[in-house]
Design a binder for this molecule. Structure first.
Ligand code: SF4
Length: 293
């Protein structure tokens, strides 16, 4: 497998699905998330603390990702069958450790007195069992393991790429070749969101095509939903999908540029330009809600 291409650092903002999601949901939240260092009215440390807070659904996703990464990296070293009980004991310890060392928004904002670690672990375990029992995983271990030196598991960095010369980030979980094709697998522990996730899959195919000089039609991108039961979305795109995707990324990037005082240096306009949303449902789950009371 060729190396992932590297880029010289530039300050200009790069599109990502999560950046644009935050931008769309609330401009003030977007400001706290991406431009905290320009806020002179609030202590930087406080903004960073709130930004770093996790939530129960986020942490379930985080633990599942981390443990699948460990599981796959173990397969790189040995194809011996994994002792599931010992693996789940390890996951249980990891869950306790992560839940005890992180600040959860639900606790910070007094929605619940403390995290029920057993409930978190049950959900993590359900996701992992669904993954390990899935036909996809059985296929991966049987059909692709002979080429495992070319697996790419949670590659370093943020998945920087270029889409029609624009900076963008599309970070894949797991990429592996089978025959002449490249497969990308991305697991989700949240609810299916077909439109958003299809967009993400096109981003992955574009990323892989750019970095590995692969024809788009030889790239299979898959999102695996791990709960309540295992299901997938799988797509193979061509240049027309990518053309449409590029236009969309361009439009969304330009919308975000409008909030920059200096686009090249990614310096934001005044905080007041970043208005607060009126949608209380978004505020109810926002880490920064204490700033907006
Ligand atoms: S609490 Fe609401 S208005 Fe304030 S930053 Fe968060 S989402 Fe925006």
């Amino acid at each position: 497998m060729k190396e992932i291409r590297k880029f010289d650092f530039t300050s200009i903002l790069g599109w990502s699905i999560s950046r644009y999601d935050t931008f769309q949901s609330c401009k003030r939240k977007y400001y706290y998330t991406y431009y905290a260092k320009y806020d002179s009215s609030l202590p930087r440390q406080k903004i960073d603390e709130l930004k770093k807070m996790t939530s129960i659904p986020l942490e379930i996703g985080n633990i599942v990702h981390k443990t699948i990464e460990v599981f796959l990296k173990r397969l790189l070293k040995s194809e011996d069958e994994i002792d599931r009980k010992r693996f789940l004991d390890y996951v249980h310890r990891k869950t306790i450790n992560l839940c005890n060392t992180k600040v959860f928004a639900e606790v910070y904002y007094n929605e619940i007195p403390k995290i029920n670690i057993d409930e978190v672990f049950d959900k993590v375990k359900n996701c992992l069992n669904n993954f390990l029992n899935s036909e996809r995983f059985i296929w991966v271990t049987k059909e692709t393991v002979s080429n495992k030196e070319n697996w790419l598991i949670e590659p370093d960095g943020y998945g920087e790429t270029r889409i029609d010369k624009m900076k963008a980030y599309c970070k894949v979980d797991f990429l592996f070749p089978v025959d002449n094709k490249l497969f990308i697998l991305d697991w989700k522990t949240g609810k299916p969101h077909e439109e958003k996730h299809r967009k993400q899959l096109i981003g992955y195919s574009t990323w892989a095509s750019f970095h590995f000089s692969k024809d788009l039609t030889d790239i299979v991108s898959i999102i695996a939903y791990l709960q309540p039961t295992y299901s997938e979305i799988e797509i193979i795109v061509n240049e027309f999908d990518v053309q449409e995707f590029s236009l969309q990324i361009k439009k969304e990037t330009e919308e975000m540029y409008l909030f920059c005082h200096n686009i090249e240096e990614n310096i934001p306009k005044d905080k007041e330009e970043f208005t607060k949303t009126n949608n209380q449902n978004i505020c109810n789950y926002c880490n920064f809600r204490e700033f907006c009371k």
